[in-house]
Design a protein around this ligand. Sequence first.
Ligand code: SAH
Ligand code: SF4
Ligand code: F3S
Length: 441
Amino acid sequence: MNQKYYIETYGCQMNVYDSELVASLLQKSGYVETDQIHDADAIFLNTCSIREKAEETVQNRLSNFHHLKRKNPKVIIGVLGCMAQNLKDDLLESKPFVDVILGPDSYRKLPEFIHNRKTQMDHLADTRLSKFEVYEDMFPTRKEGVNAWISIMRGCDKFCTFCIVPFTRGRERSRTIESIVHETEQAVREGFIEITLLGQNVNSFRNPDGGDFPDLLEAVAAVPGVQRIRYTSPHPCDIDDKLLNVMLNHDNICNHIHLPLQAGSDRILKRMNRTYTQKEFLNLVDKIRMILPDCSITTDIIVGFPGETEDEFKETLKVVWSVRFDSAFMFKYSPRPGTKAVEFNDHVPEEEKQQRLERLIALQKSMTLIAIQKQIGKSMKVIVEKESKKSRDQWSGRTDGNTWVIFNKSGEKIKDIVDIKITDARGVSLFGERIQMEVTV
Ligand code: SAH
Ligand code: SF4
Ligand code: F3S
């Protein structure tokens, strides 16, 4: 009988994609997936280190695995991903029941490690980072759905001073346009109609054979059957006119840019090593809106970075107020050992961070509401993605701008693209009615 694996994924979409690569490796070596942890012969956690809380969640989860191992000493427990990279020694010491530890550039070793672990007493670990590994020749095993993730580059060379990613994921390296187009074609053949191109710095993509990120977008947009293309996360510094014009010229590239601001104050931006000023960020937003008037803009913001004063925090509020982001992910600064920012000696107290976060969330909530209320009365193309959580009689789907729309079912099926007239906007969602096209004979 086939051995079974179970995998849980934490962190960003890059990890979701990597888990799909791991699934395909395991299936090639004869494993089948189970969603029942107690049935599994091998259990994997694909982990994240971005904030302390992310690591705590995984540590707690791992502690629960102790009893699984006691019940069935043969079960293999593996830690993959960014925490494996970041906390290898700590994990080996504090969780001795972990059998296999593999960093993000070592997944090809997984089948060999599982095999060896069965005959070997000691745990096995490989967290060497590679300058070259992009898993070019591997196809991920995807779960059914509308959207297929495709990782186009790995690593990050930007070294924002708060961020662990350059340490857990290593240096930037890109796949070839050819292999990404090939993977897109395969995803379309498997029934996916939306493609999201992924990278920690997606627009620093450089084709090894020549060509940049806009060239790649054009190539993917030309693949027959691709209804929508998204990408995440770009760095504001690498957004240029060429990229915006490619977005303008292709209907299937979504009118949405995730544009991480991080902070509004120039002094804090400099301390963060973000390489742009508030003015440059605002000018970029103006340019995006000039070239792509309907483009939605979303962001990431950190409050309470070391040394951030009340007035500097207010600069963040000012930018949020003037840009009116469609939505935002907002975080309290979390010190990451090994990064430059932990060495600053003027950390902001926890209560202050919490209070700033709450003020920022309240402001952004009203900005999101303003942004979605502007959509009332418009008609929009929506891809039917899933049943609404609130009612079995309603669908949920996303607009081009990445906002969820809820509408009554009337014979549609998942993946249909329908025209919806927006009638209401509440919280973070839109509500609408299907526009029934009149057929003239
Ligand atoms: N590569 C992407 C983001 C990666 S991490 C980019 O450059 O935009 C996603 C978000 O987590 C970041 O944009 C940042 O807002 C947040 N983040 C990263 N490190 C953090 C830390 N130490 N504390 C709090 N938030 C952090
Ligand atoms: Fe982290 Fe900055 Fe790289 Fe984004 S660009 S992954 S925030 S170092
Ligand atoms: Fe987390 Fe690693 Fe992604 S730290 S956010 S899983 S790149």
